[in-house]
Structures are given as C-alpha cells and as structure tokens.
Design a protein around this ligand. Structure first.
Ligand code: TRP
Length: 326
C-alpha cells in the first residue's frame, strides 16, 4: 500500500516561483509514489488581517495555479480546508492537550507577532494545532515541507505522541520530507521570496512583466559597473539560473560574470528566456482554467467528498477515545 502524503498551501493571492521551487515542484514528483492529499489552507490565512471579499478569489486562484503547475486532479486529492469542519473540531481537542509554552516557543509565531503588532490574535499562536489537525485527520505518514515548517512538524509529532499516550494509539507520527531546494530569495536579493515583501515572480507571470521584474532585480551589489567582475556565489540571479538553465549556460554565466565578459543584463536575458520557456505551458494551462471555473470547482468538490469521509471516520474514533460520546 502506498504511504499517504498531506501538504497545504495558503491562498496568499499569488503563487510565486519561490513556492514552486521550494514546494510545489517536489509535490509533482511525489504523485506516483504516494497517495497525495493537498489542501488550500484558507483557515490558516485568516490569522492575518485580510479582505473577506478577496479571499474567495484567492482560494480559487491557488487551486487553479496548483493544477496548472502539474498537480493533476486524476493523480491526487485537492480540496479547501474550510470545507471540512472536522479540521477545526480536531484543533479544539488538540488545544486542550497542548501546553501554551510549546506554542510560544515556535519561531514562526515569534516572527509573526512582530510582523502583526496590531493584530496578535490567538490564531497566530494556535496555528500549528490547525496544521496538526490537517495532517492527523487523514493519518498522513509523510509531510513534504520547507525548512521553515520543520519546527511545526516536530510539534505535530509531539501532539500525536501525547494524544496516543493519553487516549490510546490513534495517530501515526508524520515524517517530514524536506525539499532539496534552498530558500528562494526575492528580487531584492535578500529576503525570502514572498507575497508580503512584494519581491516575487509569480508562477504565471506574463512575459513582459517577467522581463520588467528580472531587469531591475538585484544582483551582486559589489558589481557597480559593467566592467567590474562579479561574484556569482552571492548573486540571486545566478541561484535562479541553477534551477532553470542548462549546465552549459550556467558555466557560461559563471565564467562570464567572474571575468566581466558578460554584463548582468546578458545574464538576465538568458535567465528570462529559460524561465519564460518553463512557464509558458503553465501560463497557458492557467488561462484555460480561468475560462473553466466550473471544472475547478468540480475538482475541489470531489476532493471535499473524498476527504470528508475520512475526516468523519477519524473524528468518530477521536470522540469515542476522549469520552464525549454517550
Ligand atoms: N503552515 C504551512 C505553510 O505556511 C501550510 C500548511 C498548513 C501545511 N497546514 C499544513 C503544510 C499541513 C503541511 C502540512 O507553509
């Protein structure tokens, strides 16, 4: 029997190549080997201030981009977290067995607290418990995540252990599957690529917009003039080459940059060509899906039905074990 995978992505409004290289691309490679469940985790997204009128579009946009990127609905289950109430139900139960101190030491919570000073709500703190419910509701054994989620996953394992000890063995302890990609920096060459930093290239960026963004992207800051030699090791554009360009092109860039034989614009033009070629089919698939919203809604509804059955089963077991049935 295939092992079961669960992973989730927030409907941030735009899926960028950081999400793609760090997560989604790896998910696609797992489709044949595992039984895969992927969720658009909209209840995670409401822990920061947002516009309710935009969220629906963001959810659909995320689903469409995932499908366009290669998560073929025939090969995996795709659904929207909020459509299965058992996620929040199980979260409450995990609330009751998790010490506050375990949550307070999560580094993401500490970061988010500072980023959202005007809205430090309890959801920011209990965020990992909703994550635990996502994973454990389906008894997933493997969770593909980026390195920033490893600490959360350790806590999920701790929660599974604690529940099992107290109420009898119910949940597996899910293992992280780390993606090989390093953290992708944004166009500022510094911060992690993200929607909120506005330093991203969208996965379905239009051709001219893609070039506009690459053209002004930060390279080696020490290379001020065309004739200065550059240092590819610290250049974010060079990092992107390593994902999109051929070995030959990478060697050409590395040598040309170090010797100042090529300028940053030459280097960027090659990157542009390769990223654009890579994205073209995704962009076209996405446009097709934009015109065919019913198909997408149908995929999500099928996912909901499938997951709902499993979620109900797990919750029946949990309710019985914790003693709230009569
Ligand atoms: N917290 C994850 C992130 O920000 C998203 C997420 C929610 C998730 N639930 C999950 C990832 C369950 C893996 C498994 O990237």
């Amino acid at each position: 029997m295939k092992q079961r995978i669960f992973s989730g992505i927030q409907p941030s409004g735009v899926i960028h190549i950081g999400n793609y290289l760090g997560a989604i691309r790896n998910w696609i490679n797992l489709l044949d080997k595992y039984e895969c469940i992927f969720a658009v985790v909209d209840y995670h997204a409401i822990t920061v201030t947002y516009k309710p009128t935009e969220l629906q579009d963001r959810i659909l946009e995320a689903a469409k981009t995932l499908i366009a990127a290669g998560l073929e609905p025939e090969k995996c289950t795709l659904f929207v977290q909020s459509q299965i109430p058992e996620h929040t139900e199980l979260t409450w139960i995990f609330n009751a067995i998790t010490p506050v101190s375990d949550l307070e030491r999560m580094t993401q919570y500490k970061d988010k607290k500072y980023q959202n000073m005007d809205n430090i709500n309890s959801g920011l703190l209990t965020y990992p418990l909703l994550m635990a419910s996502d994973i454990l509701l389906y008894k997933a054994q493997v969770v593909p995540v980026g390195d920033d989620q490893v600490q959360h996953l350790e806590l999920v394992r701790e929660i599974a252990r604690r529940f099992n000890n107290r109420f009898g063995v119910t949940f597996p302890e899910p293992q992280p599957l780390l993606s090989k990609a390093q953290r992708i920096r944004g166009l500022d060459g510094n911060a992690k690529m993200s929607k909120s930093q506005n330093n991203y290239i969208a996965l379905v960026e239009e051709e001219d917009e893609l070039w506009n963004k690459l053209r002004v992207a930060v390279t080696d800051p020490a290379r001020k003039r065309r004739n200065d030699p550059g240092n590819p090791c610290i250049c974010n554009i060079f990092t992107l080459h390593s994902y999109f360009s051929s070995d030959e092109e990478i060697k050409w860039v590395e040598k040309g940059c170090k010797t100042a034989d090529i300028g940053c614009i030459d280097c960027k033009k090659t990157l542009f060509k390769n990223v654009n070629n890579h994205m073209k089919p995704l962009r076209e698939k996405k446009k097709e899906l934009d015109k065919n919203q019913n198909y997408v809604r149908n995929v999500l509804e099928n996912g909901r039905k499938r997951c709902s059955r499993q979620a109900r089963e797990t919750m029946e077991e949990v309710r019985e074990k914790i003693g709230v049935f009569y």
